[in-house]
Design a protein around this ligand. Structure first.
Ligand code: UT7
Length: 337
């Protein structure tokens, strides 16, 4: 086989951060009509992290970003992308402020909103910038404080979402190096937009002249069709990205799926006929952290020694939009906290 010297984005740093406050299922059950048993059985989640007053998405993003830069050995990046659906403000985007707080004023920085698929979309965007020669080193952060858009009376969404952030640094390298990302498979289906939605707060509601219904400022989810779509889309996308990469299912050592519900991950494993042990899992401790989900599960697994250099990894995610995305990489030598 000849070496592949095409210019590619190579993973060279990773960092994660969770707000310190832990909310257990029992604590939720004291406020809502739910139980630890229901949540564990239906989702696999035991606890999640939640921000405290004074915190916001940028705070989490800066903490994770700083750790990723340290892991990469320095802050010399020339692009910052923050994947988030819960920016600090509707305008401006959160990334410039995050970049400045990381000592990166002057560096181009923008937000990317693809909800739970946001981190994989941001990786693809960063990889495209690197492949095109627009950037050499990119800080990609996935950060969300989804608990700030939940309806406090909705037991279903309260049970599954949590706050968190994860980040990686990508550098220009070649496609045959460990850590090289790609190919990618990305997709969307806007006919499912209503399945996961915050109805108000955007131009549609503001432009309609309709008075604001307080119930519409919160996130709503139609759980069962979302569950079915998550399983189908991640399974299909995983198959496509493997075909594009020329890998077989048995070549994959670790599957890093979007962490929304352990039952979804189990169903993807059954669909693909892959033992569940090869699927990384941290949803039990963090819940669904939206754009932070993929870097958090990768960072946690690397720190725990469940993901080691040389492992072939398939990353796949799915979320509101609907949107989904997958990629593959061979896990490189990294400094992990
Ligand atoms: O990141 C991508 C976005 N999100 C997802 O991927 C989430 C996808 N969906 C899911 O994970 C699951 O659909 C849920 C975890 C949200 C719900 O689990 P489910 O097994 O699909 O439950 P269900 O919606 O069919 O509800 C079953 C019952 C209902 O009661 P009845 O109608 O049978 O009396 C619900 O009202 O469970 C009830 N229920 C709860 N009970 C206790 C719903 N949420 C709760 C709760 N505690 N937290």
């Amino acid at each position: 086989m000849t070496a592949d010297h095409r210019r590619a984005a190579v993973l060279c740093g990773i960092g994660t951060w969770l707000p310190p406050r832990v909310v257990t299922n029992d604590e939720l059950a004291r406020q809502l009509d739910t139980s630890d048993e229901w949540i564990r059985k239906r989702t696999g989640i035991r606890e999640r992290r939640v921000i405290e007053p004074g915190m916001s998405t940028s705070v989490l993003a800066v903490e994770a970003g700083a750790r990723a830069l340290k892991s990469a050995g320095g802050a010399d990046v020339d692009l910052v992308i923050v994947a988030t659906t819960t920016p600090d403000h509707p305008c401006p985007s959160t990334a410039p402020e995050v970049a400045s707080r990381l000592g990166l004023s002057g560096v181009p920085a923008f937000d990317l909103n693809a909800v739970c698929a946001g981190f994989v979309y941001a990786l693809a965007t960063a990889a495209g910038h690197i492949a095109a020669g627009i950037a050499e080193r990119v800080l990609v952060i996935g950060a969300d404080t989804f608990t700030t858009v939940l309806n406090p009376e909705d037991r279903t969404t309260a049970a599954i979402f949590g706050d968190g952030a994860g980040a990686v640094v990508l550098r220009a390298g070649t496609a045959d190096e460990p850590g090289a990302l790609g190919p990618f498979d990305l997709g969307s289906d806007g006919t499912g937009a209503d399945l996961l939605i915050v109805p108000a707060g955007g131009s549609e509601q503001r432009g309609s002249g309709r008075p604001l219904d307080p119930a519409d400022v919160h996130f709503r989810m139609d759980g069962q069709p979302v569950f079915r779509n998550a399983v189908a889309r991640m399974s299909e996308s995983a198959g496509k990205v493997l075909d594009n990469a020329g890998w077989r299912l048995e070549d994959v050592d670790r599957f890093a799926c979007h962490q929304a519900n352990a039952r979804i991950i189990g169903a993807v494993a059954r669909n693909l006929r892959v033992p569940e042990e090869r699927f990384l899992l941290n949803v039990d401790r963090v819940g669904n952290t939206v754009a932070a989900s993929i870097p958090l599960v990768l960072g946690d697994a690397a720190a725990a020694g469940e993901l080691v250099p040389g492992n072939r990894v398939l990353v796949t995610s799915f979320g509101a939009g609907l949107g989904w995305g997958s990629t593959v990489l061979t896990w490189p030598e990294l400094v992990v906290e």
